[in-house]
Design a protein around this ligand. Structure first.
Ligand code: AHR
Length: 486
């Protein structure tokens, strides 16, 4: 029998709720159709935001939302997205699908979306094709209460009080789509741009700099050396691509080998995060600078027949397992990871929600976020997992535990495609009170064809209390959340 031991008597770092953050880009049907349909749409909405999608996001208590990109951020000019919607500038979204972007969703709409969801806004500024004045004035427009011409514009657009946006990133992937820069060049640009991103009133900006691509520790090294004193966090982008960028493989049509390869690729996150943190530690031994993983998730081939630039992919139990594995890794680095944003919230890459016209489905990934909710702002609890390894060397079980207000939450994923796992759950004096599981075959998913709710969490009863702890039989390919109380 396997065993998992947690010791709630010694709580560790607080798991920043922002680890459960989301990312929404002007890409495919993420914003348009996914969350924003406009006030005149027959799809039920409040101020243009889809009611069904907002309600679903509220349920999982999304803590923070990143916008407007991604690569789009370094082509986005914020002034195009304010003022009367019908007068806004039109552009072609050259990066994503070549569609017309009418800028009807801009700064005010984004803040309204965050207000409806109940999350903090996280804005990504434009370094690649923008200038310092543009970025500086955006921050002023967002956050200043002073009687300047820029602020008067905001007043004229119907918002008197400052928006008080705290999270602000200076450029996106400036090593790639954000300008193809060398880290030395970007570090200097970062220092210069951030100087003019002012703090207004009591709102102190949380300055995030573009960080590395995957395992590129050289970028981290240069940024920490040259600009480490000027940033609050460095952002890491790290996707799970189980094939090559040219042939990533289908989101739904894959075999067991590919399932395990995907999990092993996702598990690299542990080594990648640790490698960057080790570099950061050398320049910042007091851990003032945090790591923000503001783009992560599975990236597969687009669904057949869809615009290749829209990055629309289905979402199976394999994605749920990647989400569970990755969130457990982020939790385990609660002392250093201040935020993470899965890519992306609706209809793009590893989405939480898929929409089709006025219909919506919740993906297996969404349900993992629902199961993991109690970890937000809870204290991490050390967890020891004893289990066998799968044929590719991956441990069969991955787990994370936290405690808040006397309640211990343990999330466990059984990564095996076909083997149940009998496991002793030992949480000292605490006893299992309830459990919920999400289980299926790796290829199971929800679809707009009568299978809208095929994959969903259910109450889990396959456990019994013994003297040594609870003994549970975890189904293959499952994520289970246990609630313990002392
Ligand atoms: O999330 C899709 C894209 O992936 C983003 O626009 C970019 O930042 C990354 O390469």
């Amino acid at each position: 029998m396997y065993s998992i031991h947690v010791d709630p008597r010694h709580p560790g770092a607080t798991i920043n709720r922002n680890i459960y953050g989301q990312f929404s880009e002007h890409l495919g049907r993420c914003i348009y159709g996914g969350v924003f349909v406009g006030k005149d749409s027959p799809i039920p909405n409040v101020n243009g935001m889809r009611t069904d999608v907002v309600d679903a996001l509220k349920k999982v208590q999304v803590p923070v939302l990143r916008w407007p990109g991604g690569c789009f951020a370094d082509e986005y000019h914020w002034r195009d997205g304010i003022g009367p919607q019908e007068k806004r500038k039109r552009m072609v979204n050259t990066h994503w699908g070549g569609v017309v972007e009418d800028n009807s969703f801009g700064t005010h709409e984004f803040i309204e979306l965050c207000r409806q969801i109940g999350c903090a806004p996280y804005i990504n500024g434009n370094v690649g094709s923008g200038d310092i004045r543009e970025m500086s004035e955006w921050v002023e427009y967002l956050n200043s209460a002073g009687d300047s011409t820029v602020v008067q514009e905001r007043w004229a657009n119907g918002q008197h009080d400052p928006f008080n946006v705290r999270y602000f990133c200076v450029g996106n992937e400036n090593w790639g789509c954000g300008g193809n820069m060398r880290p030395e060049f970007y570090a200097d640009l970062y220092r210069r741009f951030q100087t003019y991103c002012r703090n207004y009133g009591d709102n102190k900006l949380y300055r995030i700099a573009c960080g590395p691509n995957g395992g590129d520790t050289h970028w981290t090294e240069v940024m920490m050396r040259e600009a480490g004193n000027h940033l609050d966090a460095l952002s890491l982008h790290c996707y799970t691509v189980p094939g090559s960028w040219e042939q990533k493989g289908s989101a739904t049509d894959f075999d067991t080998d590919c399932y395990y390869l995907t999990l092993a690729t996702a598990e690299n996150m542990e080594r990648i995060v640790s490698a960057h943190l080790a570099v950061m530690d050398r320049y910042d031994p007091k851990h003032r600078v945090a790591l923000v993983v503001d783009e992560w998730g599975d990236w597969f081939d687009v669904e057949p027949g869809t615009n290749p630039g829209f990055l629309y992919q289905q979402n199976t139990m394999r994605d749920a397992m990647v989400a569970a594995l990755t969130l457990n890794i982020f939790n385990s680095h609660a002392d250093r990871i201040a935020m993470a944003n899965i890519a992306q919230m609706v209809n793009v890459l590893q989405a939480m929600i898929l929409t089709d016209g006025d219909r919506m489905i919740l993906t297996p990934t969404y349900h993992v976020y629902d199961l993991y909710r109690p970890h937000m702002n809870a204290s991490l609890v050390e967890t020891a997992v004893f289990c066998d390894r799968l044929e590719n060397g991956l441990k069969q079980l991955t787990a994370s535990a936290s405690v808040k207000d006397g309640t211990v939450t343990l999330t466990v994923a059984n990564l095996s495609a076909d083997q149940a796992a009998e496991v002793l759950l030992d949480a000292g004096d605490c006893r299992v009170e309830a459990a919920v599981t999400l289980a299926g075959k790796p290829q199971d998913y929800n679809e707009f064809d009568g299978r809208e709710n095929a994959v969903h969490p259910v109450a889990f009863g396959d456990w019994k209390q013994t003297e040594k702890g609870a003994v549970a039989t975890l189904p293959p390919c499952s994520v289970t959340a246990f609630t313990f109380r002392g």
